[in-house]
Design a protein. Structure first.
Length: 245
């Protein structure tokens, strides 16, 4: 899974460097699919429940599952969530990063920072003996402390030989509930945080989820293994330290 995760890390870092005004989301998707193939892996999202692309590109008020398109070009002041996964030799890895397009407003800068920090808080709780709900409680507490809201309709998940496995990992709730975390479990942790209210709706394409109030949303994700030595991020190199993204 770490080998799959390194592919995800490399591709997402290349894509985030490509983000600029005038770039289309289809440009990003094509590079994601090409790079995955060059590394001997398969884009995990393409064809999954009918999803038509290799990459999810969610802009501004789009929370998750935005579909790339040639006509969708990035503009100064946008933010874009790049969500990507691969399968390598039967194992999956999944990660996401939200990137500003040029200069963005101060409240959006804060939204991105707090969402990334919420992922850090989630990873820190992914330890042997903790309860599953400790992860979501840490996310919710951090997000709401800063005046933002947590999306509830979409959650993190187990991951391994399938893209989505049990358990679901909520980004909210009270600590001390659910199964105890055990060595060897692997979770895709992915806070989705809104500038406005928590409500979302799905567009007519049956994929793209947007905030109900039209305000921006941010999304950060890593695939994390629970080990005896503590949480291990599988979607970045071992020697990278510090914040998750």
């Amino acid at each position: 899974m770490h080998q799959a995760g390194l592919i995800v890390w490399e591709v997402l870092n290349e894509l985030r460097m490509m983000v600029a005004p005038g770039v289309s989301t289809l440009d990003l998707d094509r590079i994601a699919g090409k790079r995955a193939a060059e590394r001997g892996s398969r884009p995990a999202f393409k064809g999954y429940r009918g999803y038509p692309a290799s990459l999810c590109t969610s802009i501004n008020e789009e929370v998750v599952h935005g579909i790339p398109a040639a006509a969708r070009k990035l503009r100064e002041g946008d933010i874009i969530s790049l969500d990507f996964g691969v399968e390598l030799d039967g194992y999956f890895a999944d990660a996401a990063v939200t990137v500003p397009v040029g200069a963005v407003s101060p409240d959006v800068v804060t939204l991105l920072r707090v969402t990334r920090e919420a992922l850090d808080k989630a990873i820190e709780r992914a330890r042997v003996g903790n309860r599953l709900s400790d992860i979501g409680a840490a996310v919710q507490q951090w997000v709401e402390r800063h005046g933002f809201t947590v999306v509830r309709e979409f959650v993190g998940h187990g991951i391994g030989t399938r893209m989505h496995e049990e358990p679901n990992v909520l980004n909210y709730g009270e600590p001390g509930h659910g199964p105890r975390l055990q060595e060897g479990m692997v979770l895709a942790l992915e806070p989705m945080v809104n500038l406005g209210g928590p409500e979302v709706r799905v567009l007519s394409d049956q994929w793209t989820a947007v905030t109900a109030d039209g305000k921006p949303s941010a999304h950060f994700e890593h695939t994390v293994a629970i080990t005896a030595a503590g949480p291990r991020i599988l979607t970045r190199p071992k020697d990278v330290a510090g914040p998750s993204w």
